[in-house]
Design a protein around this ligand. Structure first.
Ligand SMILES: [Zn+2]
Length: 222
């Protein structure tokens, strides 16, 4: 759910998606060259600081996969496009309550609004995330000041990716309380701004965006 900044096309991107010297635009063709796809995945992992594009769980080279934000079946031309590919988490457990998975395993070929590519999906020092809101119990929800259309898009993004999978909610809540506790042990007064700055500069912190949205509110940003 965090904005993923895609800048210039990586130098080797076209060669990673070439088959017999010619650029393929069909991911299924590229799939025959696993070594090249490893390079693609490693590039994306680095770009995302080893956090899942959707849930921000920590991911590794052996526990991640390449995800097409706009599904292959919806637009084959985008199936090898740098600006449509992200790295996501791979191993998951079914939610004991709903029996559902999360992220791409839950999304499959469904359509989502690509909030991960909208730069307002980012908390800045002076500005909170424009679309998502969070609660101290670990839940993610749409901001309530959105237009109806946008509200429904954010709601559907959260639902299709199942970002409120019980394991994710629990992990986010635990991470949040651990952070507050660690700061309280240093001084009696919690300085929200200090926690915010710590998270803001810690690029590979798990559930970073959730935490930033929470602490941005505590430090007075909406
Ligand atoms: Zn994920």
């Amino acid at each position: 759910m965090e904005f993923i900044s895609k800048n210039i096309l990586p130098e080797n991107w076209n060669s990673w998606f070439s088959v017999n010297g010619a650029r393929t635009f069909d991911y299924l063709h590229a799939q025959n060259n696993r070594a090249n796809l490893e390079e693609v995945r490693n590039y994306l992992l680095n770009e995302q600081n080893y956090l899942c594009a959707y849930c921000q769980k920590k991911i590794t080279t052996s526990d991640s996969s390449i995800e097409h934000v706009i599904a292959k079946s919806l637009n084959i031309a985008l199936s090898t496009d740098y600006y449509n590919l992200v790295a996501v988490c791979k191993s998951q457990k079914n939610d004991p309550i709903t029996n559902r998975l999360h992220c791409d395993k839950e999304k499959e070929n469904k359509e989502i609004t690509p909030f991960v590519f909208f730069n307002k999906s980012k908390v800045e020092i002076n500005k909170n995330n424009s679309y998502f809101d969070v609660e101290s119990n670990g839940l993610i929800k749409p901001k309530d000041n959105l237009t109806t259309e946008l509200y429904n898009q954010v709601k559907s993004f959260i639902e299709i990716l199942n970002l409120n999978h019980s394991a994710l909610v629990e992990n986010r809540k635990n991470k949040l309380f651990a952070l507050i506790k660690s700061l309280k042990s240093n001084s009696e007064v919690v300085k929200w701004e200090n926690i915010f700055n710590y998270i803001y500069h810690n690029h590979s912190l798990e559930y970073k965006q959730f935490l930033l949205i929470y602490f941005a509110k505590r430090k007075g940003l909406n």
